[in-house]
Ligand binder design. Sequence first.
Ligand code: KIV
Length: 262
Amino acid sequence: MTAIDFIEKKKRGEPISMVTSYDSWSAALVAASDVDVILVGDSAAMVMHGHSSTIPADLPMMAAHVAAVRRGAGDAFIVADMPFLSFRGSIDAAIDAVGMLMRAGANAVKLEGAEGNLEAVARIVGSGVPVMGHLGLTPQSVNAFGGFRVQGRSREAAERLARDAAALQESGCFSMVLEAVPAATAETVSRSLTIPTIGIGAGSGTDGQVLVLHDLLGLQPEFKPRFVRRFMDGASLITDALNTYHQEVVSRQFPTVKEAYS
Ligand code: KIV
């Protein structure tokens, strides 16, 4: 997969699948699967570091996750999230941040929002780095939104979303995430663009879907928003395996002679 393939897939009407990964071992599993793209999301701050939002993610944290993912992912296409405020201070600072993520092993970067970002997007794209946009519920703005809420519900908000999406496309984005947007709005925006949209909580009318790996594997059973489908009950499987291991240790069934050196 390359940035060019995203647009080609949209032209052919082929949906794009993307999942998050933050470490080497899960990246190797995703890279060995049929999934098209790996996102090193700033959701790492929540999933891997236990924070309640993505705001604590910073560049060293993201670069370390990107580097770990690259070591496991072979030549899979990796999109790296630009963390909170890393692209807002100045264009030079944004370019430095992009350099850090690309040197760590990313193939593209993703940044949240359109307003105030269009010049930076154009400069990053002009520097040879594909940029994925992210509109709708942009989690780095959780404090402005008053929580993790569906966006684009009113007519004005839906029109603003469509304008922002067009502006990001115009600035050179090769694709964009639409997060927590009413399905009909996400579909209208997707149809209005030549670049693919990748939805999360945005219905089936987008050009692709993205989920957090831990959500789709059922590893965070307490987290069950409407848009998540669990493709396995990972938490139960892991707990069962750990309990079996414990039982076999205390009953001295593990290790056997075959699992020991003579
Ligand atoms: O950080 C992340 O995981 C994301 C996805 C939810 C799209 O941005």
